[in-house]
Design a protein around this ligand. Structure first.
Ligand code: ATP
Ligand SMILES: Nc1nc2c(ncn2[C@@H]2O[C@H](COP(=O)(O)O)[C@@H](O)[C@H]2O)c(=O)[nH]1
Length: 301
């Protein structure tokens, strides 16, 4: 091949690689839906969408790792090297059905506020951390608290650890969307400015707060969606609390008393999600962040 053609071919290959990377990034950031990518590929297999490998498309979907992708492709009967635009008719139908079943749409258009509450040790923090780590487009609000940090907790990431005086100053400055004393012990508050800024730019926001906080947010922002996280059973809740081992026996007993009151209030919430499995519960919550207008209470088990 003449040198000039080789250079042109290599430039074209680089441009195609970049275009495919942009498609994957848009899926990863949930700006484009995987189903829409597949349909664009089938409409014109010569596009970047068409030359994307099925494996690359599936791996770009937040929350799906390489080993799960390998399993899905085996189930769909699609070879590892297959490109989306090069699939046969039956493979297209199987992939379309699979993508349609988990199609949640782009999150950026939604920009909604979701409150995740539930009894102590049900897994609110664990599910929220999973969302923070796997769905970077969602803003997980960082609360301020007067309780001391637990081992491993980082100021500014898990909480803003503040003194009583600093907390009082934040109340004075109208810096909280809501605040409360939780478990009759420390004070916790949701900083208002980052939430207002995120919602203004159409970004979805997740608050992981207690029952009193959820009620206060409903008063302040009636459009907020309230989600109650449930344990698979009372026994499992007790197991999770004692297994975590971060509270004394007296504190555990106090939290379990509060938990009974909180469980009795679950019907005040718009949606209830059972935390059998962290990844699944997180995905259900993320789907709610993407679906505006959910107005009826639903139980997901
Ligand atoms: N789906 C799950 N299956 C098994 N264990 C879980 C699950 N989700 C969370 N856990 C475990 O349960 C314990 C409590 O979880 P976590 O600290 O996230 O609860 P929490 O609701 O945030 O509690 P609190 O309100 O007291 O802060 C942790 O040890 C966590 O690893
Ligand atoms: N009302 C609010 N409750 C909050 C906030 N941030 C956290 N919490 C809740 O406090 C308890 C205890 O949390 P822990 O981390 O000390 O175990 C838990 O139920 C949280 O959901 C907040 O800003 N406001």
């Amino acid at each position: 091949m003449p040198e000039v053609d080789r250079v042109a071919a290599s430039r074209a290959a680089i441009a195609a690689r970049r275009a495919r990377a942009a498609v994957k990034e848009a899926v990863r950031r949930r700006e484009r839906r995987p189903l829409e990518i597949a349909e664009a590929a089938w409409a014109d297999p010569s596009t970047p969408e068409g030359s994307l490998r099925v494996r690359e498309l599936l791996t770009s979907i937040p929350g799906i790792g390489p080993s799960r992708v390998a399993r899905i492709m085996e189930e769909l009967g699609i070879a590892d090297a297959k490109r989306v635009g090069g699939l046969g008719a039956r493979q297209r139908v199987r992939l379309r059905d699979w993508l349609a079943a988990r199609d949640v749409g782009p999150l950026r258009a939604a920009g909604r506020l979701v409150v995740l509450a539930g009894p102590t040790a049900v897994g609110k923090g664990t599910v929220s951390a999973h969302i923070r780590d796997n769905y970077p487009e969602v803003l997980l609000s960082v609360s301020a608290t007067t309780r001391p940090p637990r081992p491993g907790e980082v100021d500014g990431r898990h909480y803003y650890f503040v003194s009583d005086e600093q907390f009082d100053a934040m109340i004075e400055g109208n810096d909280f969307l809501e605040y409360a004393t939780v478990h009759n012990a420390s004070r916790y508050g949701t900083p208002r400015p980052p939430i207002e800024a995120a919602l203004a730019e159409g970004r979805s926001v997740l608050l992981e707060i207690d029952l009193q906080g959820a009620r206060a947010v409903r008063e302040a922002m009636p459009d907020a969606l309230l989600v109650f996280l449930l344990p698979p059973s009372w026994e499992e809740l007790v197991r999770r609390l004692t297994g975590r081992g971060t509270e004394s026996a007296a504190e555990q007993a106090r939290r379990l008393e509060t938990a009974k009151v909180e469980l009795a209030a679950q019907h005040e919430f718009d949606v209830r999600v059972v935390n059998h499995d962290v990844g699944r519960a997180a995905r259900e919550v993320v789907e709610l962040l993407a679906v505006p207008g959910t107005d009826s209470a639903r139980t997901r088990t």
